[in-house]
Design a protein around this ligand. Sequence first.
Ligand code: NAP
Length: 301
Amino acid sequence: MMTNAQGRDAGERVGFVGLGVMGAPMAQNLVTAGFDVTVWNRTAARMAAVVDHGARAAGSLGELARRCDVVVLCVSDSPDVESVLFADDGLAAGLARGSLVVDCSTISPERTREFADRLDSRGVGWVDAPVSGGSEGASRATLSIMVGGSDRDVARAEPMLRAMGSTVTHLGPVGSGQWAKVLNQVILAGVYLAVAEGVTLGMKAGIDVAGSLEALRAGAAGSWVLSNRSQRMIDNEYPLGFKLRLHRKDLAIALELARAVGAALPVSSLAATLEDGLIGEGYGDEDNAALARAVRRLAGL
Ligand code: NAP
């Protein structure tokens, strides 16, 4: 195995599937760290920037699978992971025994265990490694990564995860990473709504909202959302980011699991309802901070 200048194992041939807002910078960071990276994206044009950065483009998922030892996924939802793995021309048929899939998408923990079992029967390992930290964290390689899988598979994935994130936490067996991410998305629902309420109250009162929020950043109300998304709520403009419809997808997972285990999630339920309305109005592809549209509107803003 080769080791690059940063001391990372660069011997694995790494595939990357899903070059969206998150996946494109994450794949670029793998290239920057010295890995031999091959990419595939459903919309082929989105591969160009990553190829310019030094990755190779595969013509199909099967070609990528045959060329790689470890394949990282960053696609939207559980059915999308299922499709890239198990469709007729999907990855599973081309992956050699002993290869590893590292799923950085945010998907259902239960579907995760199902996909891992199906791959295990083919001799392919699985690590779930959903991420948090936004598009900024993806670009700067400062993501928090929540990891599930066997000790052996996680140790193998770790050099790649450390090329994409600054905090990598192994929480337990397959599915554990996705469970932690469920909690993350539930907590985020409340934080987005709370920051939107603070912004709305301050604007209605006519005080210096931006200055006040700046003063709060280092105090007890400080949060990633307050620091990185409150200005968008003040401006009422919501460039990407994290698509609101993707957070709604995550709340669907959380609310289903909550019902199964007997937990009530009143704030997540409210956020889901407000997001349904915003998606119906055509705001689903805006950043999730657009939840503030609903709160502002209640105050006539
Ligand atoms: P995005 O910009 O919408 O990109 C989604 C990617 O998945 C695109 O490359 C898309 O291909 C691909 N894809 C979707 N369905 C597919 C399918 N059926 N077959 C093949 N490819 C498919 O989303 P994103 O923001 O990068 O998010 C990706 C994942 O990370 C999601 O699970 C999301 O919840 C999670 N996440 C996002 C953020 C964030 O701040 N954005 C933060 C943490 C976690 P096309 O280019 O062809 O559409």
